[in-house]
Design a protein around this ligand. Structure first.
Ligand SMILES: [Zn+2]
Length: 605
């Protein structure tokens, strides 16, 4: 249905009821001493007089004094995510705000000589995507690191590292990579001999995709002082050959030997990483991101870019909860800051992950009868976490807790309910990040505590390939249980966990509506009863994520008065086969009324 919703009418537009009623109100107020009857009579007389006067004015009088929009997008299929006004054709923007949403004709009233007009050619326009869970600087770094994940052989793996080493300035390292030896033919664990001849002077420390193992070359091992005599650290393994010499592969805590001596990120590297991440987000229609566990130096870079006017996505940053007292001390509260940069949240860790079999469950993993997973070190003891969360809540800070296994989630809900008992009800918007494997008994409690489920649908189609082997059918039926959350009245916020998963919102939308696992084995959906509809997905990814950062009145829908963050897509995802959604691209990204990405010139403005 089309219609117009207007924040501010063009001045002197005599035909609008809004203007008339405004006049009436002013008139009534001035005459407040008159009797009601007299007031009404006077009002009617005044209205008639006004109509006569306005009728007599030449049309040029209105044209001259009407303010014009800075930007108009017309001829679009606008999906507003505003229930009072779900669809429209056109949008007018003044400064960084939406001022009117309606039909092409309605919006034409805002067209002036300096208005930039985008003809959308019937394309779909949505509110900008708000990714509720990203690791933005890691993502920006990964965009520039050697890409090893899709290498199909050991030779290709080594060639890419060698090529990167040749381009790496002296003193810098080759890092990152996300290699996966199971994709090689034949599959085998890499050793330093594979890469040493190609990297004689460059330290190399490349990570396996799961983050639990890395390969160092001989230069990196030498710098770290790792030899045959070095003992395995607690919780770590130095992989050795038959003579006891390190192969270069280091597991878990053994990786710390290298981390300790690897050069820290320089300020300039951090700035470049953020710029790459911003450009990547703009090209994908991501207009807001919620950065989980940033370092303070990351926030400093955001502040610097904000001051230079170079932030092209809005950022909400949630540093780790062990540093809770820093934010308590400076007295910031949830969502403190401005439209482009906010803090006032904290990220906590309850447990590990399903992939590494460290998510914390009530019952053992189906394939590991002695393993129920692990609580994170922040949870030893649980009272330490509770104390920190109590301090955070008392200070008005928002709590976002990574919890994946059913007992991990349950334990956090216990703490959340203790907080409510101690401090009373308030609009605190507790979050559980991932909320991956729910105990059947906990949905109700989750809803009663008004906890937001901050979920990443792409993980469902990725982990769905093997999750059932690890936790069985019954627990899998409550895994990424998006539909059950909604049925319980639980709010969803959508995100990706970039760079653990791709930042592209179309992959996430595809995942939420199809639940088709990446291996192609579940084309009709893995636990298809948990699929979301497309409108539900879009709402959770825009308004839902905005709610999760206390910004639902500022953004998350195409509504007059809100920030002008919008995205035009190449295809109408409502009318194509859902299987094709993942191929849809972004044509134009608009943040605060500025075009930050346009596919036609392939550049960020
Ligand atoms: Zn994460």
């Amino acid at each position: 249905m089309l219609g117009t919703k207007v924040l501010r009418e063009p001045e002197n537009q005599a035909s609008g009821n809004y203007r008339k009623s405004c006049m009436l109100r002013t008139r009534c107020w001035r005459r407040s001493r008159l009797s009601c009857l007299t007031k009404m009579k006077t009002t009617r007389r005044f209205t008639r007089l006004l109509a006569l006067v306005l009728f007599a004015l030449p049309p040029s009088y209105f044209a001259q004094s009407q303010p014009s929009a800075d930007l108009i997008v017309r001829n679009a299929k606008v999906w507003t995510v505003d229930k009072s006004h779900p669809t429209a054709q056109a949008v007018a923007v003044l400064g960084d705000r939406i001022v009117a949403v309606g039909s092409n004709d309605d919006i034409e009233a805002w067209h002036g000589p300096r208005t930039r007009v985008i003809d959308a050619g019937g394309k779909l326009m949505l509110p900008g995507f708000n990714d509720a869970h990203v690791h933005f600087v890691d993502g920006g770094l990964a965009l520039d690191q050697v890409e090893l994940n899709d290498a199909t052989s050991a030779t290709e793996f080594a060639r890419r590292i060698g090529e990167r080493a040749r381009r790496t300035p002296k003193g810098e390292w080759v890092e990152g990579g996300d290699w996966d030896e199971t994709k090689w033919n034949p599959a085998r664990m890499p050793a330093k001999e594979l890469i040493d001849p190609l990297t004689p002077d460059t330290p190399v420390f490349v990570m396996r995709y799961d983050g639990h193992m890395a390969l160092a070359n001989s230069t990196a091992l030498r710098l770290a002082g790792i030899t045959a005599a070095t003992p395995d650290p607690p919780g770590g393994v130095i992989v050795r050959d038959s003579q006891g010499n390190p192969t270069g592969a280091l597991k878990d805590a053994a990786m710390d030997y290298v981390y300790k001596i690897a050069p820290p990120l320089s300020h300039d590297q951090r700035v470049q990483a953020v710029k790459r991440a911003l450009a990547h987000a703009a090209s994908l229609g991501v207009t807001s991101v919620q950065h989980m566990n940033p370092e303070y130096a990351d926030i400093a870079v955001y502040a610097e870019l904000l001051q230079r006017g170079e932030l092209t996505a809005r950022i909400y940053a949630a540093p780790l909860i062990p540093s809770v007292d820093d934010q308590v001390k400076i007295g910031v509260r949830h969502a403190f800051g401005g439209p482009y940069l906010r803090i006032g949240a904290l990220k906590a860790y309850a447990d590990g992950s399903l992939g590494s079999s460290t998510a914390y469950f009530f019952e053992p993993f189906s394939n590991q009868p002695n393993n129920r997973g692990l609580l994170s070190d922040e949870m030893h003891p649980v009272s330490l976490m509770q104390d920190r969360m109590m301090r955070a809540d008392a200070a008005g800070l928002q709590i976002c807790t990574h919890a994946i296994g059913d007992q991990g989630i349950s334990t956090i809900l216990d703490i959340y309910s203790e907080i409510v008992k101690a401090h009373g009800e308030s609009d605190r918007r507790f979050r559980i990040e991932h909320a991956q494997h729910m105990a059947a008994k906990d949905f109700e409690r989750f809803a009663q505590l008004h906890v937001i489920a901050s979920v990443q649908p792409y993980h469902a189609i990725d982990d769905g390939r093997w999750a059932e082997e690890r936790i069985g059918h019954d627990r899998s039926s409550r895994t990424y249980a998006f539909r059950t959350f909604l049925d319980h009245g639980i709010r969803l916020a959508l995100g990706t966990d970039w760079n653990v998963a791709p930042l592209d919102p179309m992959l996430t939308v595809y995942a939420a509506v199809t639940r088709a696992t990446l291996d192609g084995k579940n084309p009709n959906g893995w636990f298809p009863e948990q699929k979301l509809t497309l409108p539900e997905t879009i709402e959770a990814y825009t308004l839902g994520s905005a709610y999760a950062e206390f910004q639902e009145n500022e953004k998350g829908s195409i509504t007059a008065g809100k920030l002008a963050d919008m995205v035009l897509l190449t295809d109408d995802i409502f009318s194509i086969d859902p299987a094709r959604i993942r191929d849809v691209k972004v044509r134009t990204t608009i943040v605060g009324g500025k075009i930050v990405w346009d596919a036609s010139d392939k550049q960020v403005h």
